[in-house]
Write a protein that binds this ligand. Structure first.
Ligand SMILES: [Zn+2]
Length: 479
């Protein structure tokens, strides 16, 4: 018979299928499929546990335990329970319970006396919604339903536990005491309410870094399941998180440290930002390989590392906030006829070329700082926070949408746009599907900020300004 458990692969516990069969032969338990020494030892514990708990080992039969996938070297602290349970059912010593149909995951160590002990890496298990976990009674159970037992004898009637939430030990980061020019304040509230990947370009000292650093304290509270993962990932880096993580690497960071990798692949800073914010100041100064590697997290919320013919995928669902100069002197702006830029034409053209490439196209918002200094009126962060909170409340409570708008799929947005009349409101000359999607996501956030179910033509216009016009203006300067 087959049951499911987990094996350790570097920083993660991966699901494994455990197939147990009986063959005539000497009574012993043998593991197939690259077990390590510790796992071979578990055969002794299983035999002793079964005997102590009053179960029989099959006579004149050998127990074969086959582990899939077969190509990975197996190490596991919690496989004992899976093997012992399967053996008890396979030999008909207990009736198979109805909950086996839910394909539960078994993860527990056995003592020689047959007590079921939750392995100390139980907290690394990531179950999906609705998965059922079978283990010993312990502290660090994942979210969702679990059947727990104190000894193997309880297998006939384990206790059902349900963990609903995870304690978020800590609180929202302190709100910035800065105030922002109206245009910057608007940008800040849109980023924070919708969680849109944003690139801000402008001269040094124009306030772009201050703005991206103010975002984290305005964001929605962490989702419990994601927070549990962020916390686990932080521990791999020897850190603790008490809220959504904020990761701000320097541009001299190596691709290995940023992306992850190595012989036994380990995640990098990109993964440490999972569930939180990744801030990249001077974006174009980062190694080209790093810039390239960000495409995947921005599209799929994860990052893959290829190693020896196999691919490891780490979580990387993050809000990317980046800043850059538009040219080496920093003074160039495509919005003014008389720009103060002192760079030679060719140098500037080269810089602009990098900013009109496919990488920059991944950002939902591309904003310029050149008008911020002209504004007299300044908006305090506390006021921005109130507006952001109201927009998030509207999205979750009134519209019933749990994912932030920055992660909305095209089909979910299309249904909100509706009529062909609205479709024609997209700016003329806009052919890129990715830009259209960005405009729609941002427009959805603008509608939430107004407290409106419907996206209006004004929302689309303002979204086009945030998501597309900068690209268009830079393109015009290149030509
Ligand atoms: Zn310049």
């Amino acid at each position: 018979m087959k049951v499911h458990s987990f094996i350790r692969q570097g920083p993660d516990l991966l699901p494994v299928e455990v197939e147990l069969s009986l063959m005539p032969g000497l009574p012993q338990i043998s593991f197939l499929g690259l077990p390590d020494a510790a796992m071979r030892e578990s055969a002794l514990r299983i035999r002793s546990a079964l005997r102590e708990q009053g179960f029989q080992l099959p006579q004149a039969h050998q127990v074969l335990v086959h582990l899939k996938p077969t190509h990975l070297r197996k190490s596991s602290r919690g496989l004992d329970l899976a093997v012992a349970s399967a053996l008890i059912w396979e030999t008909g010593q207990l009736e198979k319970p109805s909950w086996l149909e839910r394909k539960p995951y078994f993860y527990g160590e056995l003592s020689l006396k047959g007590e079921v002990v939750p392995p100390d890496d139980l907290g690394d298990i990531e179950t999906a919604e609705g998965d059922l976990l079978i283990t010993g009674d312990g502290a660090d159970l994942p979210l969702g339903p679990a059947l727990v037992m104190s000894s193997l004898r309880d297998l006939a009637s384990p206790d059902l536990l349900q963990r609903e939430g995870v304690a978020i030990q800590g609180e929202r980061p302190r709100l910035s005491t800065e105030s922002f020019p109206r245009e910057a304040a608007r940008l800040l509230e849109v980023i924070a309410a919708g969680e849109h990947a944003t690139l801000i370009a402008g001269a040094p000292g124009s306030g772009k870094s201050t703005l991206v650093e103010a975002v984290a304290a305005l964001l929605d509270e962490p989702d419990p399941r994601t927070f549990r993962t962020s916390r686990r990932l932080a521990r791999l880096f020897g850190r603790e998180v008490s809220w959504r993580p904020v990761v701000q690497p320097h541009h001299t960071i190596t691709p290995l440290a940023m992306i992850g990798g190595g012989l036994n692949p380990w995640p990098g800073e990109i993964t440490r930002a999972h569930g939180g914010v990744l801030i990249m100041d001077e974006l174009l100064e980062f190694h080209a390989e790093i810039q390239e590697s960000l495409r995947e997290p921005l599209e799929s919320g994860s990052i893959s590392i290829a190693r020896g013919g196999h691919v490891r995928t780490f979580p990387a669902s993050l809000l990317l906030l980046a800043t850059t100069n538009l040219c080496p002197c920093g003074e160039f702006t495509p919005r003014r006829e008389n720009t103060f830029c002192r760079c030679p034409r060719a140098v500037r053209a080269r810089a602009l070329q990098r900013l009109t490439g496919p990488f920059v196209d991944r950002f939902a918002i591309f904003a310029l700082t050149d008008r911020w200094a002209d504004e007299r009126e300044r908006i305090p962060t506390s006021e921005i926070r109130t507006r952001v909170e109201e927009a998030i409340w509207f999205r979750k409570e009134r519209r019933g949408q749990l994912v932030p708008n920055g992660k909305l799929s095209e089909s979910m947005l299309e249904s909100q746009l509706g009529s062909t009349e609205k479709r024609s409101m997209f700016p003329e000359g806009l052919r890129s599907g990715r830009r259209r999607l960005a405009i729609m996501r941002v427009a959805r956030t603008l509608a939430d900020l107004r407290g409106s179910e419907l996206i209006s033509s004004r929302d689309l216009e303002e979204a086009a300004e945030l998501s597309w016009r900068t690209h268009e203006r830079l393109q015009a300067w290149r030509e």
